[in-house]
Design a protein around this ligand. Structure first.
Ligand code: B16
Ligand code: MG
Length: 224
């Protein structure tokens, strides 16, 4: 693992790291699960984190044994319906919905000269960041519509490095999903996982809450 002094930038996942949209995605997908007749479970909800919209739908269909029950057109309609419900929910987000400590961490990092980018699978990331009042802190957002493969493929974090104009070794990637941690590790960046103990065993740096993530605590973990 690099030393903290080598780090020059951070690539942030959005959902579950900066704000708790996982809750809102879950609310919207649950309606889809009801529509197609798939029982909604906590495990299914967890497995959708970091996964693109259409892939998430495929997983919901498969979980209920409905993988072959819908045409491509019907699947697109189901995904559009979920997104419309989700977009209504994200309209309610304000700066008060930034997860504990993340606003301070982002402002501190920028004040100390670190470069910040967003590596989110969500096509709604620009609207969410705007509602949270955080757009100005980020050099750029990777557009997930331009990716050939989603998380756990490294592509999204490799593209975040290009946005930051930094080598992968100088970047910490922050994630709450197993797919995202795999993506960061495969990109050659230092993965920082935020999840309950034992949930992200592949994360190089592990925190159980966003409120614990500060430049000082990261430095301590990396240099010990
Ligand atoms: P959208 P992240 C991901 O965002 C979510 O975790 C995942 O649940 C969602 O399906 C995906 O974005 C796509 O989002 O439907 O808004 O394009 O965690 O990578 O920031
Ligand atoms: Mg996430």
């Amino acid at each position: 693992m690099p030393k903290f002094a080598d780090i020059k930038g951070f690539a942030f996942d959005l959902d579950g790291v900066i704000t708790d949209t996982a809750r809102l995605h879950g609310q919207a997908w649950r309606q889809t699960a009801d529509t197609v007749g798939t029982p909604w479970t906590a495990e299914l909800a967890e497995s959708l984190k970091g996964i693109s919209r259409l892939e998430s739908l495929e997983m919901i269909l498969a979980a209920g044994g409905h993988a072959n029950d819908y045409t491509e057109r019907e699947k697109e309609a189901l995904a559009d319906e979920k997104n419309e419900a989700y977009q209504e929910l994200i309209k309610t987000l304000t700066p008060a919905d930034i997860l504990p400590g993340m606003g301070d961490f982002i402002r501190d990092a920028v004040a100390q000269g670190y470069r910040l980018s967003i590596a989110s699978a969500s096509k709604n990331a620009p609207a969410i960041l705007n509602n949270l009042g955080l757009t100005k802190y980020f050099i750029g957002i990777v557009d997930p519509a331009t990716l050939s493969a989603g998380k756990p493929d490294p592509e999204i974090f490799v593209r975040a490095a290009a946005v930051l104009d930094l080598p992968n070794e100088q970047i910490i990637g922050l994630e709450d999903s197993a797919a995202g941690i795999k993506s960061i590790n495969a990109a050659g960046q230092t993965s920082l996982g935020i999840a309950a103990a034992g949930v992200l065993p592949e994360a190089k740096l592990h925190f159980t809450a966003t409120s614990q993530v500060t430049l000082a605590t990261i430095a301590t973990k990396m240099n010990q």
